[in-house]
Every structure is written in C-alpha cells, then in structure tokens.
Design a protein around this ligand. Structure first.
Ligand SMILES: Cc1ncc(COP(=O)(O)O)c(C=O)c1O
Length: 392
C-alpha cells in the first residue's frame, strides 16, 4: 500500500526522540538526555489512597463522560492557586483542563494558525513546541534567548515586522536552557506586545520549581487580556496522569473548547477526580518545596562537576529552577559526536540541534538534572568528562 499521507507530515522536523528512547533504555547508560521528573518523588501511596476513596465514594460518576472544560473543583483549585501564589485574579471560567500542557501546544496552534502564518518563539526553543506547531505549517521567527530572557530588540523587530499570531515563551526555567526571564524583560515583552495583534503564549511548565521557593511574576500580570498561560501537574504531581490546563481570556477559551471537544471530548475524568481528591487531602506546597530542594541540589552538583571536570572552553547555564540546563561545548566539538561517544561510555546527553529552528545548536547539549539521583549524576559527569577530554 502506498499510503498517501498529508503534505504537512512530511514537513515535521525529523524527530531525534526515537533514537534517544532506544539509547536511554539501555540499562547501563546514565541518561541526562530525557525530561522525566524524579520518579522517587511521585507520591504513589497518596495517589493510591485518593483513588481508593474516589472509587469507594462515587466511582460510577468518576467513570462517566464529563464536560469538555473539565472537573469544576479541579479548575477552582487551579484558579485559587493563581490568586494565592501569583496574585492573578483567576476564575474557574478562565481555566480548562487538558491532557498535559503538551495538548495546549497543539490546540493553541490549531485555533490560531493557518499555513504560512507567523509565530515567534525563543531560540533555542522547546522541541515539543516546535514539533506541535510545525503540523500547522507556520513560519517560525526565532528570537535569541539571552541570560535574562529574549533579546528585546530582536523581539520587537519580529513583532513589528511579522505581527506573529502568538509568541511562545517559557519565562520560568526554560527548556532547554534553564533560563529565567528577569523582571525587566517580562515587563519589556509585555510593553512591546501591548496593543499589537500578537498573543503571548506563556508556557509555565516549571514555574513551581524555583529552588528558592519564590514564584516569579508571570508576563500575564502585565498583559492580562493578551496572554494565555499553560500549566501542568506533570512536574509537581505525576506526568502519567496527563493533567494540565490552559488559563486564558474567555474569547480564546471558547475557540479552544471547540477544538478540544473535536479532538477528544474531554480529558480523562477519572484522573481529574483522583487528582483533585489527592490535592484536597495532601499539602501540595510542602511536596513542591521538597522536589524543588532536591532538584536544586542536583543542579548545583551538576554545575560544580561541569566546572571541575570538563575541559576549558565548556560553559553552562546556571538555572534558578526547573529540570534542565544547557552546556556549550568547546569550539569544534560537535554535540552529535558527544552523543555517540557518550553512549559508548555509558552516558546520554541531548544534542542541542532539535531546539533550533532554521539550523544551529551543533555546539550545545541539553542536560537534565531531575531524573538521575546524586550518585548517578556524579558517575555520569565523570563519564561525560572522559568523553569530552577525548573530543576536545
Ligand atoms: C516547556 C514544556 N512545556 C510543556 C511540556 C509538556 O508537559 P506535559 O504535557 O506533561 O504537561 C513540557 C514537557 O517536558 C515542557 O518541557
């Protein structure tokens, strides 16, 4: 059979993930290449107890169909958290539940983009967003990411010249760089966008995971009617539940709801009810503090070992939170070579290339510090140092 797939499938950037998963599954390989939260910090007992209570009390209801926007008590919990943590006047009517915040990438692109439309994003940018957007065939305009957020001159020029339908950014502990926007850049981005036809799509997958426990003000605070935020329980409760949300102005949500209904009717209701029960009976703040402290230690350890063990010319970002950092390789060393040689040595890193639209990233790697424990991080960094000394 000669399957006649749509042209858009042929235009999706080639995914490196299949090779990565194959490599990461080899038992002796220590992987800094993936993006998993630490399995040790998933509260299996707490979630099991919540599930038991839900089945015992109202299993039949939790196993029924529900509305597309999601379980109201869960949306109330999320809105209340925005009010309490970030001072945003959120209401449950502005929140819809999705299958992990990854679904927002697909649906936001679906409701805004026609082929050829302009989209702005950070360079480097989140690989999962590049893939999701590419299915809607936009023209992507990357804006260089600096230590404290996007280069504002380049950002303004993209917005004025191309008037993107939306600009996609991750102001908190970005994936892949670990960069956090400064307060000035948050304000600057909002000032440039204000009054234009460009929406700010604020992906806040990591905003709860600052090592110092202090939330940073979202761009939405400065640009409430023009910003959509996506959030997720993946990194703070459990990614396998696939529960995230979108927090957006009501006119955006109306369209989003239509697209979501057409895609899957609603997100897994059983998981929504169990998750809500878990959140109502456990202290999420304490849990988040614990995870953030652990990731902070992992991150510091990784930074120290990079500084101590790697050849000169290798630098790295210094994340304030999240799960990732980016390292720049000494000049002339290719990230694909580090990947291949690393696997032979028993350590996997993610080459930077897929995070760059229109080419680039050959001299960078992304390192994850949430999945491996401290001993594994130490051993993996020693293995990486052997590879780097051979290649540099
Ligand atoms: C920046 C960013 N956004 C969105 C996602 C999607 O996560 P989920 O669908 O589990 O919420 C990820 C996953 O790692 C991510 O790194």
């Amino acid at each position: 059979m000669n399957y006649r797939f749509s042209g858009r499938m042929g235009r999706v950037p080639e995914s490196f993930l299949a090779e990565l998963f194959r490599v990461s599954a080899v038992p002796r390989v220590i992987s800094f290449a993936g993006g998993l939260p630490g399995s040790a910090y998933i509260d299996v007992t707490g979630i099991r107890d919540a599930a038991r209570e839900v089945f015992a009390e109202d299993g039949r209801k939790a196993l029924q169909y529900t509305t597309t926007d999601g379980y109201l008590p869960l949306r109330e919990f999320i809105a209340d958290r925005y009010r309490r943590r970030l001072g945003l006047p959120a209401t449950p009517e502005e929140i819809q539940i999705v299958n992990g915040s990854q679904q927002c990438l697909d649906l936001v692109a679906k409701i805004f983009l026609d082929p050829g439309d302009a989209v702005g994003m950070e360079r480097p940018g989140y690989l999962g967003a590049i893939e999701a957007f590419s299915l809607y065939e936009p023209v992507v305009h990357p804006v260089p990411l600096e230590e404290d957020g996007p280069n504002l001159g380049a950002f303004e020029s993209v917005v004025r010249k191309h008037v993107p339908k939306f600009f996609y950014g991750i102001p908190n502990s970005q994936n892949p760089s670990g960069t956090t926007y400064s307060q000035e850049k948050r304000r600057g981005v909002a000032e440039v966008l204000e009054g234009t036809g460009t929406v700010f799509y604020e992906d806040d997958a990591f905003g709860e995971l600052f090592f110092d426990g202090q939330p940073r003000p979202p761009v939405k605070r400065y640009l409430p009617d023009q910003t959509v935020i996506s959030g997720s329980f993946s990194k703070i409760v459990a990614p396998g539940m696939r529960i995230g949300w979108i927090f957006a102005p009501v006119p955006v949500l109306r369209e989003f709801n239509v697209a979501k209904q057409a895609a899957d009717l609603h997100s897994n209701f059983l998981c929504q009810v169990i998750l809500h029960r878990y959140l109502a009976t456990h202290d999420l703040d304490a849990h988040v503090r614990k995870i953030s402290a652990v990731y902070g230690r992992h991150c510091r350890l990784m930074c120290d070992l990079l500084d101590d063990l790697m050849p000169s010319g290798m630098t790295h970002t210094n994340p304030e939170g999240g799960m990732f950092m980016t390292a720049a390789l000494p000049s002339g060393v290719s990230s694909m070579e580090v990947f291949r040689e690393g696997v032979k040595e028993g350590v996997a890193v993610l080459p930077g290339v897929p995070f760059y639209v229109n080419g680039g990233g050959e001299g960078t790697i992304r390192l994850n510090f949430s999945a491996a424990g401290e001993e594994e991080i130490a051993e993996g960094m020693h293995r990486l140092a052997r590879v780097m000394r051979r290649l540099a």
